[in-house]
Ligand binder design. Structure first.
Ligand SMILES: *Cc1c(COP(=O)(O)O)cnc(C)c1O
Length: 376
C-alpha cells in the first residue's frame, strides 16, 4: 500500500530529544523553544514568534489578542479546517463564511468585501496547500475598512506571498507542526506577532495570564497574575524534536518540491485534455509543496477515482467539508450558497506526497491516475 502520508524523521531527533532530557528543563520555554523561535525570527524576519501547543491554540491567542467579543463578525473561508473558526466562536463571534475562487480553494477577496459590515472585526485567511491568498487585495481591504487580519498559515511554513513569508503579513499569523504538515513535532504551532502593540500581551496570555516571561528575562523581580490566559506552551522535548526538523528544512522542502513538480508536469495534461482541476499557483505565490490535489469534474468521478486508486493499493484523501454545512454550524449559517467551497468539498482529492515517497511509488500513482482517465 502506498500511504497518503508518512511522517518523516531526520536522523537528528533522538539526539536533540536526548539532549533535552539531559538538561532536565523539559517544561515550556526551555533552551530548544528559544532555539526554534530564534530560528523563525532570523530566517523569516518575523518580528516576534512564540511556540505554542498547536496552531489551533495559536489562533486562540489571536482571538484573545484581537479582543473578539459577542456579536463581532469574523469573515473566513468555508473551505477550511474547524480550527480557523473555533477560536473565534469560543469568544462569541459570529462567523461569516466567504466563498473560495472557482479555480482555487483560497478565499476570494471580492467575496470578502461583499460581506463587510460595521461589525466586521477580523478576516481570517487560510493559505490552502501553502499557496498564498491574494494578500495585497486583502490587506488593502483591511486597511480601508479598519479590520484586523489573522493568517491561518497552518500549511504555510516556508511559503511566500511575493517576498513575504506566510504568517508574516497580517496582524497575526499561526503555523502548525502537526504530524501531517511539512515540518512536524507531533502536535505544535507557532504564533507570529506582526503587530508590535500586542507582543507583550501575547506573551502573558500564553503564560496563563502571568508576566512570567518578563520575569525570566530579568525585567521584573516577581511575577503575578496580570491578565487572562491559558497554558499554551509546549514541552521543550517537543521543541527539541521540532528543532531537529528545522535543521533539515531545506532538505525536506527540496524533496517535497521535486515530488510536487513531478506530479504537476505529469498530470497537467489531465487539465488540458479533460478539464480536471490542478493546483493553481498565482504569480504572487511561492508555495511550499504542502500538498498536491486534483479537482474531479463530479463527486462520482472522485469516488470512482479514489476507488480505482485503492484497488491498486494507493491511498488518496479528500479534504474539508464546507464548514457552513457542518452539523455544528449549518443552523447558524445565513443561508447563502457557497458553490465553490462545496465543489472543493465534494470533488477535491489529495494524492500521496511525503518525503519518503520514492520515485517508483510516485510513478505508480501517476500511472494509476492517468489509467483511470484514459479508461473513461
Ligand atoms: C492543520 C491545520 C490546522 C490545525 O493545526 P493544529 O496544529 O493541529 O492545531 C488549522 N488550520 C489549517 C488550515 C490546518 O491545515
Amino acid at each position: 500500500m502506498i500511504p497518503f502520508n508518512k511522517p518523516h524523521f531526520t536522523t537528528k531527533e533522538l539526539s536533540t530529544i536526548s539532549q533535552s532530557l539531559q538538561t532536565g528543563k523539559i517544561s515550556g520555554d526551555g533552551p530548544f523553544t528559544k532555539l526554534c523561535s530564534d530560528y523563525f525570527e532570523s530566517r523569516y524576519q518575523f518580528p516576534k514568534t512564540m511556540l505554542t501547543t498547536s496552531c489551533t491554540d495559536a489562533l486562540e491567542i489571536c482571538a484573545l489578542l484581537l479582543e473578539i467579543q459577542e456579536g463581532d463578525e469574523v469573515i473566513m473561508p468555508s473551505y477550511t479546517f474547524v480550527s480557523s473558526a473555533n477560536p473565534f466562536i469560543l469568544r462569541g463571534a459570529k462567523i461569516v463564511f466567504a466563498d473560495s475562487y472557482p479555480d482555487n480553494p483560497n478565499i476570494d477577496p471580492v467575496a470578502i468585501e461583499a460581506l463587510i459590515t460595521p461589525r466586521t472585526k477580523a478576516i481570517v485567511v487560510v493559505h490552502y496547500a501553502g499557496i498564498a491568498c491574494d494578500m495585497s487585495s486583502i490587506m488593502n481591504l483591511a486597511e480601508r475598512y479598519r479590520i484586523r487580519v489573522v493568517e491561518d498559515a497552518a500549511q504555510g511554513i516556508d511559503a511566500f506571498h511575493n517576498d513575504k513569508p506566510l504568517g508574516g503579513i497580517g496582524d497575526l499569523g499561526a503555523l502548525s507542526f502537526h504530524e501531517t504538515k511539512n515540518i512536524i513535532c507531533g502536535e505544535g504551532g507557532l504564533l507570529i506577532v506582526n503587530d508590535p502593540k500586542v507582543g507583550k500581551r501575547a506573551e502573558i496570555i500564553r503564560e496563563k495570564g502571568t508576566n512570567r516571561s518578563a520575569f525570566f528575562r530579568g525585567e521584573i523581580n516577581k511575577y503575578g497574575w496580570v491578565d487572562v490566559g491559558s497554558s499554551f506552551l509546549p514541552s521543550d522535548i517537543l521543541a527539541a524534536l521540532l528543532y531537529a526538523q528545522l535543521m533539515e528544512l531545506d532538505d525536506i522542502q527540496s524533496r517535497r518540491a521535486k515530488l510536487w513538480l513531478n506530479y504537476y508536469n505529469e498530470l497537467i495534461s489531465l487539465h488540458t485534455t479533460y478539464g480536471v482541476g490542478i493546483p493553481l499557483v498565482p504569480h504572487y505565490a511561492r508555495h511550499n509543496a504542502h500538498l498536491f490535489y486534483l479537482v474531479c469534474r463530479s463527486p462520482e468521478e472522485r469516488t470512482n477515482l479514489m476507488n480505482s486508486l485503492k484497488s491498486k493499493h494507493i491511498q488518496s484523501a479528500f479534504h474539508y467539508q464546507s464548514l457552513h454545512k457542518s452539523a455544528y454550524f449549518h443552523s447558524k449559517h445565513d443561508g447563502r450558497q457557497l458553490p465553490n467551497a462545496d465543489r472543493f468539498s465534494e470533488c477535491l482529492v489529495r494524492l500521496p506526497l511525503f518525503y519518503g515517497l520514492d520515485e517508483h511509488s510516485q510513478a505508480r500513482v501517476i500511472e494509476a491516475v492517468r489509467a483511470y482517465y484514459q479508461g473513461q
